[in-house]
Write a protein that binds this ligand. Structure first.
Ligand code: FES
Ligand code: FE2
Length: 369
């Protein structure tokens, strides 16, 4: 369930909302939650979804609403091929949404059931996520799904370990994303003996360059003051890390050290216009043969995400009262680029012109963290 902030009486309080970016792929849920002949619900961009896996293996995502009278399709039945509505038994093929049967039609009816469609969204499975393409309202079922590749975690070989983490955040997607790319909170939110301490703050310079609908922290040797990076140093080769942010919500990080690599894809997905969810998927071949590395990595990763989550729960308390906020240079520059990139995509969707990138070229940012 998405997090909501509540009053002491338990009444949900909706925090400030964010403008949503449609026409893109978002992770709806982990596909290991899909059971044979079962329907599972999820929420994306304020849209209730029903998901499942057909008996041929394909995953699907439909709007959780029957086109006849609007009852949730998720309360109906699924036999591996068709979703049957609980109210009047209409049957739908779930990948395309086409109606296959209306049981009440008699020989006197001329209605062609196959001309009726429930809303089915493009849905693809990658890295254990069910990615769903949410078109702009009113642009048809598939929108521009073919123009945008389904996101996927980069891997550099066939043998690797993986881990997945998730946390609901009670703030809107904009706060979730700028929290994700904020370099200055690390020493305060993520201080721990195994990661770093507040006294390890030092001045840093990082080069950023524009990439399509995003920006890249250029390949650099990772900061020497965080322990996991130091661990990679045991391989004795130079370590290089690259961090990209791209619209609508993706941060990818790749760390390479000779033949060894670590790769992660973090997304902050709007569940509703005032709440979001962070998902992290990671793959690595570092310490491939060392036992217990996966549970240990998951344990520390979960702590890290939990620290961000706790901070955002606290922040949501403050945001309930709609305070005015500020973004400062240079530590908040990536957040400014995010807002500019987002606005550029919204403008481009409205005018049809190519989106204007807020960066002219590479730029160095300086901060202490
Ligand atoms: S409401 Fe679904 S078949 Fe009538
Ligand atoms: Fe963080």
């Amino acid at each position: 369930m998405p997090f909501v902030t509540t009053t002491e009486a338990g009444v949900p309080i909706q925090g400030p909302t964010a403008t949503l970016l449609y026409d893109d792929w978002y992770p709806a849920l982990r596909t290991d939650r899909l059971r044979p002949n079962r329907l599972t619900t999820a929420m994306l961009l304020d849209i209730p979804l029903v998901l499942g896996r057909r008996s041929d293996g394909r995953v699907f995502a439909m709007r959780d609403s029957c086109p006849h009278r609007g009852i949730p399709l998720s309360v109906g039945w699924f036999d591996g091929e068709h979703v049957t509505c609980r109210y009047h038994g209409w049957e739908f093929e779930p990948c395309g949404g086409q109606c296959a049967l209306i049981p009440s039609l008699s020989s006197y009816d001329h209605l062609d059931a196959t001309r009726i469609f429930a809303t089915a969204y493009p849905c693809e499975e990658r890295d254990g996520h069910a990615w769903v393409f949410i078109p702009s309202p009113g642009t048809g079922k598939k929108g521009r799904s073919a123009e945008r590749a389904v996101p996927e975690l980069v891997k550099f070989g066939p043998r690797y370990r993986t881990a997945f983490l998730t946390a609901d955040l009670p703030c809107n997607v904009d706060h979730g994303i700028i929290g994700l790319m904020d370099p200055a909170h690390g020493p305060f939110v993520h201080q721990a003996w195994w990661w770093r301490t507040r006294s390890s703050i030092r001045q840093k310079t990082k080069r950023f360059e524009p990439i399509a609908e995003g920006f890249r922290m250029s390949a650099h040797a990772p900061s020497g003051n965080s322990a996991p990076y130091k661990l990679l140093g045991v391989y004795g080769e130079p370590i290089e890390t690259t961090i990209d942010f791209t619209l609508p919500n993706r941060r990818t990080e790749v760390i390479r050290c000779g033949e060894k690599w670590f790769s992660s894809l973090t997304t902050v997905t709007p569940v509703t216009s005032s709440t979001c969810r962070i998902d992290v998927i990671a793959a690595w071949n570092v310490f491939y043969h060392v036992p217990l590395v996966t549970p240990i990595a998951k344990f520390f990763g979960a702590k890290f995400v939990r620290q961000d989550q706790v901070t955002m729960i606290q922040q949501a308390q403050g945001l309930r009262h709609n305070p005015s906020l500020m973004l400062i240079d240079d530590a908040d520059k990536p957040a400014k680029w995010y807002f500019a990139l987002k606005q550029a995509r919204l403008d481009s969707a409205a005018t049809g012109a190519a989106p204007r990138h807020p960066m002219d070229g590479p730029v160095d940012l300086h901060w202490r963290s």
